[in-house]
Design a protein around this ligand. Structure first.
Ligand SMILES: Cn1cc(Br)cc1C(=O)Nc1[nH]nc2c1CN(C(=O)N[C@H](CN1CCCC1)c1ccccc1)C21CC1
Length: 348
């Protein structure tokens, strides 16, 4: 395997495995040039088999999605045996574990988190994608307590636009909308709203709305198809109303993302509607980072600008994006000269 890791080890120090599932694992790593921590998702191409096409879909989606609440793709390295996806590192782990560790979250904390989920999904839909697998396990918490949506393996970009019906039954059963369970044609944006309703219930109540004790798949399905979930008596009336509007069995009666952006429940304590536009447009590049790269690589700014604008998701893309991320967090954007790239002794 080490021969296969030769290329990734040129640019990154690899550390322990922080996640594993299916035919992929995620390792903590450090980008040598910038010193930034990253998470490298390593997929075994042989084990992937015919799922390779869904991975290519995930990669294409992530290349086009640049947003403050979406886990950023920095670098793609393909070898004969593996595909390495270098992604944003979130030191808070999965939102699912965050919720279960705190039993449940206050309405205020739930609202702050939920506004970030709505921001991410409104942006994903604006790019013509539906995520189709929204659940707390697929949402990560970064060190500044911001949420980052990940796992776009099941996302879809229907030809002819997002309001064209989809048919593939996918996503996690417990989070799947009634129309998906029934195998009906469905609209991607509408099923994402249902899953967001399930996620909001989980934030507020600490448990899943439809898999009460006896969570056999059939009993879960029956409750989903009847829109049957129990409301804890301590839940506020405004929270109940919003959950009711999101967990409507009839997708045509379900609230839309557009209305969520300024929904009264999301606005409580906030003066502005949810900001869903990206802070990191792919077309506007950061002058300072371009300047730093041009000095380091001894190339003109125009050359660097042209190279980055091609978005090859190679070492140059990764270095630019990681410099931009350092700058966004107020850290100095200096590149380490090669002789300083001694392998970090410990992870700070
Ligand atoms: C668990 N944990 C604890 C700490 Br501290 C940090 C983490 C952590 O995983 N951080 C982290 N940062 N960036 C990432 C991760 C995890 N991670 C992930 O992509 N994690 C997903 C988790 N999915 C949830 C349901 C199915 C799989 C994953 C996908 C394939 C194999 C293993 C894990 C990325 C790369 C985007």
């Amino acid at each position: 395997a080490s021969a296969d890791y030769q290329e990734v080890l040129q640019y990154y120090d690899l550390y322990e495995t922080i996640g594993s599932g299916g035919f992929a694992k995620v390792k903590l790593a450090r980008h040598l040039l910038t010193g930034e921590k990253v998470a490298i998702k390593i997929m075994d191409k042989l084990a992937l088999g015919d799922s390779l096409s869904s991975i290519k879909l995930e990669i294409d989606a992530m290349k086009n999605l640049s947003h403050q609440h979406i886990c950023r793709l920095y670098h793609v390295i393909e070898t004969s045996k593996n595909i390495f996806l270098v992604l944003e590192y979130c030191s808070g782990g999965e939102l699912y574990n965050y919720i279960t560790s705190k039993c449940r979250l206050s309405e205020e904390r739930s609202r702050a988190f939920f506004r970030q989920i709505v921001s991410a999904i409104a942006y994903v839909h604006s790019q013509g994608y539906a995520h189709r697998d929204i659940k707390p396990e697929n949402v990560l918490v970064d060190e500044e307590h911001n949420l980052k949506l990940t796992d776009f393996g099941l996302c879809a970009k229907p030809k002819g636009g997002l309001d064209k019906p989809l048919h593939t039954r996918c996503g996690s059963p417990a989070y799947a909308a009634p129309e998906v369970i029934q195998g009906k044609a469905y609209i991607g944006s509408e099923v994402d709203v249902w899953s967001m309703g399930v996620l909001l219930y989980t934030l507020l109540c600490g448990v899943h709305p439809f898999d009460a004790g006896d969570n056999t798949t059939m009993s879960v399905y029956r409750r989903v198809l009847n829109g049957e979930y129990n409301i804890p008596e301590w839940l506020s009336p405004s929270s109940m109303l919003l959950l009711n509007q999101m967990l409507q069995v009839d997708p045509k009666k379900r609230i839309t993302v557009k209305h969520l952006l300024h929904h009264p429940w999301l606005m409580e304590g906030y003066s502005r509607a949810v900001k869903w536009q990206t802070d990191y447009p792919l077309v506007q590049l950061d002058e300072e980072c371009i300047a730093e790269l041009s000095v380091f690589y001894k190339q003109s700014k125009e050359t660097i600008l042209d190279l980055i604008s091609e978005w090859k998701y190679d070492e140059m893309s990764a270095t630019y994006l990681l410099l931009q991320s350092k700058k966004a967090r107020g850290k100095p954007i200096r590149l380490r000269a090669p002789y300083l790239m001694g392998h970090a002794s410990t992870m700070q």
